[in-house]
Design a protein around this ligand. Structure first.
Ligand code: THU
Length: 130
């Protein structure tokens, strides 16, 4: 894919990942997809375990997927959840995303396919940086 990959493809990837959510404990499904400067799209979903603290959020799963594929220059992330309300990424995922790109564009998608956009740094002031 080229750098002109449309938001449509990114949002579809997040919605597809949501379908794969492994969330037997919370029942809360999340799908994320990260777009890189090369046009690559890397999906991630939340994975829950009986040992609860092993759970990984969809956003960080997408980051791991992209980095595993050799890509770290992130442009946008689409985050879809199974909620009718807009759900913002957790603090851990905000920190993880900020460390790659504070200017990351975030697209939130509800179960009704409503969309909200913002820039990551707007919701993560004074983040930790070495
Ligand atoms: N979850 C995410 O995937 N992303 C977030 O930003 C917040 C929470 C997941 C983790 C867990 O599987 C479920 O949602 C409920 O917390």
């Amino acid at each position: 894919m080229t750098a002109k990959t449309s938001d449509k493809a990114l949002i579809k990837s997040a919605l597809d990942a949501l379908k794969n959510s492994h969330s037997p404990h919370s029942g809360f499904r999340v799908g994320a997809a990260i777009l890189t400067t090369s046009g690559g799209i890397y999906p991630g979903t939340n994975v829950e375990f009986d040992a609860f603290s092993l759970t990984v959020c969809a956003e960080r799963a997408a980051i791991f997927n992209a980095v595993s594929g050799g890509e770290k220059d992130f442009v946008k992330i689409a985050i879809a959840t199974s909620s009718r309300k807009f759900k913002y990424p957790c603090g851990l995922c905000r920190q993880a995303m900020m460390e790659f790109n504070p200017e990351l564009e975030v697209i939130l998608i509800t179960s009704d396919k409503e969309i909200k956009r913002f820039i990551l740094k707007e919701i993560m002031p004074n983040y930790f940086k070495l």
